[in-house]
Design a protein around this ligand. Structure first.
Ligand SMILES: Cc1ncc(COP(=O)(O)O)c(C=O)c1O
Length: 397
């Protein structure tokens, strides 16, 4: 072991601890649900998971994964194009494409993988990528990997700035405009109707990562694109299976048949890394079926979002406005947000404080995330903890 190297890492970690910004992993001993048992804090209500529809412990989703293990074994021990594709991959990909109203889809082991596998493959010399400044880190890194493309950013949801960047990119081909559907730290929605109109005017290709919109937005949970009535109008959709759709792992790209075939041929995570585990593919398929058969899950989620937002406002909090299942409370400094989430945990509520560098310094936040599975009793108990902690830390009178 190189002692100097490790001493430097230790010093950096000590600095994080001293500034109150060190992140502690929490160890759950029960499945993800509206409440869980945590080694460090006992039984707690969960307000910090992306388990929006409560499908992570849904019996049909679990049973499908078990059947998948029996049927397919542990895996193929190979990448997809060699001998690593099961029929369940095709079934799931066809289902995802149908769910989104897209011609075709391709799964990856995560949406991180999907985003970092997409941009470098399709953005070669002479192309341009225009990205919202608040896009998810996986988009940012995916765009960075597309080193030959011209890379431009527009101010968050600023359509005038987007148009300026589109003008700056004129002459490039293709020009991609990429945005989150629901922004993960703000909870707000991309202005998709305006983005689509501008992209059409400048002959650009639209890419929407709807990881936090899937299962949440739209009448039937098909996401932000359904919410805005834009099904069929977006060129490329990326998303995750690791949030509302079962919560294990997995991501996808959906688009034209030519795009999907290009990714199969050239996308590096497809060529050099194993596929989504078959068990996870089986569970994700069951999650999609559950969502299709139970549209009331989306209605319940929406009712819970409205209930909790109203409760927070009644207490005196001023959450950022929004329609998604993400309700951010801006509290100021990073160490304050982390200390507040620690107190909430002691009060039986598991909710994460986010600060720099995830969000700009001074805008640290408690990010509340709502699940369809939360009962009104659980939400009332969580609100009581927010009332007590809010007074304790001086946020509420
Ligand atoms: C917008 C967005 N894209 C991609 C990801 C990554 O998803 P995955 O966990 O499937 O890699 C996330 C996860 O937080 C996300 O919020």
């Amino acid at each position: 072991m190189n002692a100097g190297f490790n001493a430097k890492l230790d010093a950096d970690l000590q600095a994080l601890k001293a500034s109150g910004t060190y992140k502690h992993l929490r160890h759950l001993t029960t499945p993800m649900a509206a409440h869980v048992h945590m080694e460090e804090a006992g039984d707690v209500i969960v307000l910090s998971s992306n388990n929006y529809l409560g499908l992570a412990d849904e019996p049909s989703v679990i049973a499908a994964g078990k059947r998948g293990l029996d049927r397919y074994g542990a895996g193929t021990a190979s990448v997809r194009f060699i001998c690593g594709t099961f029929d369940i991959h095709r079934t799931l990909e066809t289902r995802i494409a149908g769910f989104l109203g897209m011609p075709a889809a391709l799964t990856y082991v995560s949406c991180w993988n999907a985003n970092t596998g997409l941009f470098p493959t399709i953005c070669v010399e002479g192309s341009a990528i225009i990205s919202d400044e608040l896009n998810h880190a996986s988009i940012i890194d995916g765009v960075r990997l597309a080193g030959k493309a011209r890379r431009l950013r527009y101010k968050h949801s600023d359509m005038q700035d987007l148009e300026e960047q589109l003008r700056a990119a004129e002459g490039c081909a293709p020009i991609l405009v990429v945005t989150d559907g629901v922004f993960s730290m703000e909870g707000d929605l991309a202005k998709l109707p305006e983005i689509v109109a501008l992209a059409k005017r400048y002959n650009a290709v639209t890419v929407v990562d709807d990881s936090h919109g899937t299962g949440v937005m739209g009448k039937t949970g098909r996401g932000t694109i359904e919410h805005f009535g834009l099904t069929g109008e977006i060129d490329i959709v990326t998303g995750t299976l690791g949030k509302a759709l079962g919560g294990a792992a997995g991501g996808f790209v959906a688009g034209s048949a030519a795009l999907i075939d290009t990714l199969i041929q050239r996308s590096r995570p497809q060529l050099f890394s194993n596929a989504l585990p078959a068990t996870v593919a089986c569970s994700a398929l069951a999650a999609l079926e559950r969502l299709d058969d139970h549209p009331e899950l989306v209605e319940r989620l929406r009712a819970n979002i409205a209930y909790f937002r109203a409760g927070l406002s009644r207490l005196g909090y001023r959450p950022l406005a929004g329609e998604s299942a993400i309700i951010p409370l801006i509290v100021g400094e990073t160490s304050f947000a982390i200390a507040m989430s620690e107190k909430l945990l002691q009060g039986g509520v598991f909710v994460t404080g986010f600060g720099f560098p995830v969000v700009p310094e001074g805008t640290a936040r408690i990010r509340v995330q709502i699940s369809a599975k939360l009962t009104s009793d659980e939400m009332d108990r969580a609100l009581a903890a927010f009332a007590a902690v809010g007074k304790d830390v001086g946020l509420l009178p």
